[in-house]
Design a protein around this ligand. Structure first.
Ligand code: NAP
Ligand code: FE
Length: 374
């Protein structure tokens, strides 16, 4: 057996954990930049809890609340400028993956003068502002990963900045903030997390250790998604029980630990074009492609796929596909021209080779076609 496990983020999960642990923030810094999206952090109570905890701990703060979904490079440069002007010494990201990823890039750019090329090529000096994360969606696992994914207009895709420097120091997980998260965002983000754990198990970098975490994550998320499947009585996000919310948050954090060790693979690489060109939500983009990709892998690695199905209490890839089709509802369509173009982009993505069964361009075209054209 061989593995190399490293997870430097302290994770605290509890109801009201921010207020209960305000003293922990004292060890991190004296003045915080809080990074959020425009609305949700103000509505769901997370921003209020963070500012109250900071006040209690005697820590000064400023707020940058302009992060959009799929954050742009301009947004993180603007946030970094604001951090420098205000002389902050740590960064708190509150929100879904978008504000958390923006917070990570801001924490780097606040102390390093890097242009866009250097940012995406990850050539950094060994300095960064410490990061604290408060996830308010259960999907990306960004609270425990060393990745920040930004919209890269130069390459017309989304590109991952990957450096151990941006491992958060602290992640505070409270499912209460998700009480009013819509059904659509809940399902999309859960499918992203499921995709992380499944892609982790399909990765050449998977180990016995990462598979153990992935299996637990897949179980928790599948059981939760099964309960909230459209048509099973849950009609809005506010009908989802706290027990389910908690399982999803736990499962997505575990999935973040998985991709920290394995990376994502072909499904994410193919999904980025769906988001960049067709504006399809990140988690949904992965879920659209996952069933066909799993079928493709099962031709060469049937036992590996069996292990994933077993964790989901399923027997066949047909069952797997039906499960996703129920969650996805009507699927978007691509033209053959789009498929050709997106396959050309995906084949160049660095994570494609992470796959235990590496698809060639023709295989990628087939996965796109089966998922979004037939
Ligand atoms: P998101 O873009 O962060 O948020 C989606 C929407 O949900 C936004 O409109 C947001 O509103 C709202 N929202 C967030 N929390 C809410 C809550 N508790 N209640 C009500 N509404 C809420 O979506 P995401 O799927 O979490 O993150 C996607 C991003 O993460 C993508 O850019 C993806 O590439 C990246 N990602 C990163 C990693 C990683 O390891 N770093 C892994 C996978 C994916 P506001 O804008 O008002 O906040
Ligand atoms: Fe993802």
């Amino acid at each position: 057996m061989n593995f190399n496990f490293h997870m430097p983020t302290r994770v605290i999960m509890d109801e009201d954990c921010i207020l209960k642990n305000s003293f922990v923030l004292k060890d991190i810094g004296h003045k915080a930049l809080i990074v959020t999206g425009a609305k949700s952090a103000k509505k769901n109570g997370s921003l209020q809890d963070v500012t109250e905890a900071l006040r209690k701990a005697g820590i000064d703060f400023v707020i940058y609340d302009k992060v959009m979904s799929n954050p742009t490079v301009n947004c993180v440069y603007e946030g970094a400028k604001y951090a420098k002007e205000n002389l902050v010494d740590f960064v708190i990201g509150i929100g879904g993956g978008s504000p958390m990823d923006a917070a990570k890039a801001i924490a780097l750019l606040a102390v390093q003068d890097k242009n866009k090329e250097e940012l995406f090529s990850c050539s950094f000096e060994n300095k960064v502002l410490p990061l604290v994360m408060v996830p308010t969606t259960a999907g990306t696992g960004s609270e425990v990963t060393p990745y920040s994914i930004l919209t890269n207009d130069m390459a017309q895709t989304k590109t991952s900045i990957s450096t151990p420097l941006i491992f958060p120091k602290l992640a505070l997980l409270d499912p209460n903030y998700m009480k009013n998260l819509s059904l659509t965002v809940t399902v999309n983000t859960a499918m992203d997390a499921l995709s992380h754990s499944i892609e982790g198990m399909l990765s050449v970098r998977s180990t016995t250790f990462s598979d153990m975490i992935a299996t637990e994550s897949i179980k928790r998320i599948t059981q939760s998604l099964d309960k909230i499947q459209i048509g099973k009585g849950i009609t809005s996000g506010s009908n989802i029980t706290m027990d389910i919310r908690e399982k999803l948050l736990y499962g997505s954090m575990l999935a973040g630990i998985v991709i920290t060790h394995t990376g994502t693979s072909a499904v994410h690489s193919m999904g980025y074009s769906l988001t960049y060109f067709k504006n399809i939500d990140h988690g949904r983009a992965n879920a659209l492609l996952l069933p066909s990709f799993l079928r493709f892998v099962s031709k060469n690695e049937p036992l590996l796929v069996k292990r994933i199905l077993l964790a989901m209490e399923m027997e066949t890839t047909d069952e797997f596909e039906t499960f996703f089709l129920h969650l996805l509802g009507e699927r978007e369509k691509l033209t053959m021209d789009e498929i050709e173009r997106f396959a050309g982009i995906a084949i160049q993505a660095k994570n494609i080779v992470n796959s235990r069964v590496v698809p060639d361009k023709e295989d990628i075209i087939q996965v796109y076609t089966r998922s979004l054209h037939l």
